[in-house]
Design a protein around this ligand. Sequence first.
Ligand code: R1X
Length: 238
Amino acid sequence: MFLPILEVNAEDLPQRAIVCGDPRRAEKIASRLTDCRELAFSREYRTFVGKWDGIEVAVVSHGVGSPGAAVCFEELIKGGVTILIRVGTAGSYSAELPPGSLVVSTAAAREEGLTRQLVPLGFPAVADGQIAQLLYENAAKLDGIVKKGITVSYDAFFTGVEPLPHDKYKRAGIVAAEMEISALYVVASLRGARAGAIVAIDGFADADLAQEYNPHKSAVSEGVEREIEAALATIVKV
Ligand code: R1X
């Protein structure tokens, strides 16, 4: 079966996939694999396959935002992928989680517009329990701050005239904000796949803490390296 948007043949895909927003990050993750080859680079979707610990893994970029990312998740699952781990970045809601900290998302508030077109809002966007636990344990073995908690996924990155409900979610105990985890969890649940996500904090989403957004800091790159390590250690054990 040919997957027309990823431009990949399903026969070339393994069961396990690490997904990330940035095509350059996909290349960075793939460079750690053995027997690695690039299958396609179509739109924002860059697909590699290789091996980690002798087990076949795909690494695929999904771009920014839920609708585009969901296209990637849907095609991967159609192509036979059953385990997906997102390795991403997010804005923190707390001074205790500064840039470079890692967050394992146990569930995501559905503030994006995509998933409500798939299933009513009462349906939860929730991680696979084993994947979330293993991501947390593997990340906690490394240096730095790691937290497990609920995240929120928005469509808007830059705010317009309507404020985003950061304050309400912060008061509800949500730890970080990003743009694709709820789509991943909902699509995975609806299609019978298992998913988890780990994100490196690259700034503050909380208005009280917000500074000029600059994700190009060494603390963030180090966090990304650690989350890649935790994701690779996890994906071969589930
Ligand atoms: O999920 C968010 C989005 O993909 C995190 O980083 C991107 C925006 O810079």
